[in-house]
Write a protein that binds this ligand. Structure first.
Ligand SMILES: [Zn+2]
Length: 233
């Protein structure tokens, strides 16, 4: 449970899930810790590595959630999200039967600064979409504490870009379009090939029929000749 570092040619960070013993290894960003560092300094360095954007991003690519409070592997994260979902559903049920409680949660200035810090990093203003597979939800997850994705959306729409999509989704759309175009082209080519084949087949069939008719006529002539010879004999 926690973070370990080790050298494997370069500095690697092993993240260990809080709940189960599953671990994953991500390479550390270039990081300089003096050889004479005290245990205290090493501890601090490892803590800094854990919350470094590079490590958090790499872990997230592997499906892990890492922040100051939590290290959760893919499976535990999935279970946790399902639990949260179930809790939300039961809360909703209670709320609908009892008095309606409006949480009316608002982001704090520190949370908004945190959101902006991640948006600066992960939102591509020129392309007007998130980089890679990021989204309002992933930014909310990356922020410290409980940050609602709706807050991220609000800040993103006001100051970064209207589009909440991301590069990966755009790439996927492009890739699907490219595949569809390729199949369209192949279908058209196949149609032309079929027509050509049919034409060639029909032309050959006519030729073969002609040859067949010719052979039959010859056969008849030969038979007649044989009959005549027999008669003479
Ligand atoms: Zn786990």
């Amino acid at each position: 449970m926690g973070v370990e570092t080790f050298y494997d040619g370069r500095l690697q960070v092993r993240l260990i899930c809080d709940k189960c013993d599953t671990s994953t290894v991500v390479s550390a960003p270039s990081y300089h810790l003096p050889k004479t560092a005290t245990a205290q300094q090493v501890k601090k360095g490892i803590a800094e590595l854990r919350t470094s954007k590079s490590v958090i991003q790499k872990a997230r690519t592997a499906g892990w959630l890492v922040n100051k409070q939590t290290i959760a592997c893919k499976c535990c994260l999935k279970n946790r999200n399902e639990e949260k979902m179930n809790q939300k559903i039961s809360v909703k049920k209670v709320a609908s039967t009892a008095t309606k409680i409006e949480p009316n949660m608002k982001s704090t200035p520190a949370q908004r600064r945190d959101i902006r810090k991640w948006l600066d990093d992960l939102y591509d203003i020129d392309k007007c979409c998130y980089k890679e597979n990021n989204s309002d939800h992933t930014v909310a997850d990356l922020c410290d504490g409980k940050v609602l994705w709706g807050w991220v959306k609000e800040i993103r729409e006001a100051d970064y870009g209207e589009n909440g999509g991301n590069e990966d989704a755009d790439l996927m759309v492009k890739e699907v379009k490219r595949l569809s175009d390729t199949i369209d082209k192949a279908l058209a080519t196949s149609e032309i090939a079929q027509q050509d084949f049919r034409k060639a087949y029909e032309a050959n069939a006519a030729k073969m029929q002609k040859a067949h008719d010719g052979l039959q006529a010859r056969h008849k002539e030969v038979n007649d000749l044989i009959k005549k010879i027999k008669l003479k004999g």
